[in-house]
Design a binder for this molecule. Structure first.
Ligand code: HEM
Length: 530
């Protein structure tokens, strides 16, 4: 890359003319000396009235916000979504009145890709699901589709999420991630077997962000103008193709580059090779589908493609890199509660729990006014009666509003409610309030199908990767996991058992020779090197 290509220049300043590239303080004072603090004589003590120094240093001291509790490492880009307006042979309006899906509608988007369990400076080659979060700045306000690359999840009840994540994060005593803690949790969580099968296969290490799928994972609803709803799942298909890595390929990249996925995305967009994804939906009628052997609200299950086809409904192109990583990527805040008219929640228990968690963490991570930041603010009419809070800077008045009125109702010219865009969707509920798992748990059948559907090299990777990590675990954990794999598919359990036995033997031998054991997968712990 030549210098001209390597560095981008700002296309506009902050509105002040005639100052060229002069460095200033935040107060707009030109800085005449950015090298020396003010001291009594060249060797004497420093003075405290040195505004420029104190502003510079104290801002530096506050340059970080807490990293995301999950999905801390990420990369982002701006783009556009264009809707096809059709679901198969039907106009999209048959199912949803959301304007973002009207034929030909163009909606600006911002996407953040991420890894999940590892901290913000961690390598992008680690075995982990990948986040695929999309903010649509629609004419009806923002819609966030907060998805992952894999189409299912480990658990189906939000109650278990903190435990899942604690098991994946480093040991609270040693601060080292441990395969034994991870599999201890999975051994007691049979519904995770399907996701574990994907995660330990090459699908657990996408080659980069451009060549991976995305999925909303949880079940949502679409609502039409008549107030009728259907269940819907969203899937992004990369037009660049899909590519995943073997453990060995990932380790080779990691030895040279911690940032390969961020770099790949950034450089492709700078070259003008804009990555594209087609958005697909699967649709089911809005009921509990007793004919299926799984619950449509269970996010550990795939909706079989043969029964519920993927319909392409639009295309997203990422065509612009951020100009400031922190302001655009780090401060981006996505949430499952951020829906527009025509899109709705389902009763998926994960989705319900997630919807509390995102904005809750963002008020802590960024602050009460995180929605005023340019990356999070809608690009449409915003007029609330919310005032104050840390860092409030944008009073969102409506044109012609009486600015003394920050409450509702009022006859003095304050803000008013909007009419509904269509008939309200009013589902009816009648049941006891309970704490109960869903029926039709069926934890292993689809895991077995996924295992059998893999190509031979994917199955081989899966077995080796699982065996390498499980060999480091307590035998009681090994037995429980083997029981899960065997229930999914007899040969799955048998092959993992054989691999554990082989790795254990090799580890014993290497230890007797005083050498290191295997290189780990998720954890990067030492073990037998393949
Ligand atoms: C990020 C909670 C399940 C995808 C986060 C964050 C929290 C969270 C607290 C950090 C948000 C921030 O700091 O801005 C939860 C809870 C879950 C859950 C409580 C289950 C009950 C899932 C599932 C998916 C997912 C099933 C995939 C569909 C993401 C993504 C991000 C994220 C992509 C990163 C968003 C970004 O790039 O800023 N989640 N999550 N999460 N979660 Fe979840």
């Amino acid at each position: 890359m030549n210098e001209k290509k390597k560095y981008r220049t700002a296309s506009k300043g902050n509105g002040q003319q005639g100052k060229g590239r002069t460095l200033t303080t935040r107060q707009g004072h030109p800085v005449t000396d950015n090298q020396n603090i003010r001291t009594v004589g060249s060797r004497g003590p420093a003075t405290m009235e040195n505004y420029h120094f104190i502003e510079k240093m104290s801002h530096f001291d506050r340059e970080r916000v807490p990293e995301r509790v999950v999905h801390a490492r990420g990369a982002g880009a701006h783009g556009v979504f264009v809707s096809y307006g059709m679901v198969g042979n039907d106009p999209v309006e048959k199912f949803t009145r959301a304007k973002v899906f009207k034929k030909g509608a163009e909606t600006p988007t911002f996407v953040r890709f991420s890894t999940v369990g590892h901290p913000s400076g961690s390598p992008e080659t680690l075995r982990d699901p990948r986040g695929f979060a999309v903010k649509f700045y629609t004419e009806d306000g923002n819609w966030d589709l907060v998805g992952n690359n894999l189409k299912i999840f480990f658990i189906r009840d939000a109650m278990k999420f903190p435990d899942l994540i604690h098991s994946q994060k480093p040991d609270p005593v040693t601060n080292i991630q441990s395969a034994e803690r991870i599999f201890d949790f999975f051994a007691g969580t049979p519904e995770a077997t399907h996701m574990v099968t994907f995660l330990y296969s090459p699908w657990g290490i996408p080659a980069n962000y451009r060549q991976m799928q995305g999925s909303g994972v949880n079940t949502y609803k679409w609502v039409n103008a008549e107030g009728e709803a259907v269940l819907v799942k969203y899937h992004w298909e990369p037009l660049q193709g899909i590519r995943n890595l073997t453990q060995k390929e990932a380790q080779e990249i990691q030895g040279k580059n911690f940032n390969h996925a961020t770099q790949d995305l950034y450089e492709a967009i700078e070259r003008g090779e804009f990555p594209e994804w087609e958005l697909n939906v699967q649709i089911m009628s809005d009921d509990d589908h007793p004919e299926l052997d799984f619950d449509p609200l269970d996010d550990t299950k795939l909706w079989p493609k043969e029964q519920f086809p993927w319909y392409p409904i639009g295309k997203m192109t990422l065509n612009r890199n951020p100009v400031d990583y922190f302001n655009e990527v780090e401060l981006a805040a996505f949430g499952t509660g951020v829906l527009v008219d025509g899109l709705d929640f389902s009763d998926d228990k994960m989705l319900q729990g997630r919807t509390f968690s995102y904005s809750d963490t963002q008020r802590y991570r960024i602050g009460a006014n995180y929605l005023q930041l340019p990356i999070n603010a809608p690009k449409t009419h915003v007029a609330t009666n919310q005032r104050g809070g840390q860092m409030a800077f944008d009073t969102d008045f409506a044109e012609g509003q009486n600015i003394h009125v920050n409450y509702e109702p009022s006859i003095l010219g304050g803000l008013e409610e909007s009419p509904m865009a269509g008939k309200e969707y009013t589902p009816r509920y009648e049941a006891n309030l309970v704490r109960q798992p869903i029926e039709r748990a069926n934890p292993f059948k689809q895991a077995g199908e996924t295992f059998r559907n893999f190509e031979a090299w994917e199955r081989e990777e899966l077995i080796n990767n699982l065996g390498n990590d499980l060999a480091k675990c307590d035998p009681r954990i090994q037995e429980k996991m083997l029981n899960h794999f065997t229930q999914a598919d007899e040969s799955y359990g048998r092959l993992v058992r054989e691999r554990i036995e082989q790795v254990t033997k090799e580890m014993k031998q290497k230890m007797s020779e005083g050498m290191d054991g295997p290189m780990g997968n998720v954890t990067g712990e030492q073990g037998v090197q393949e």
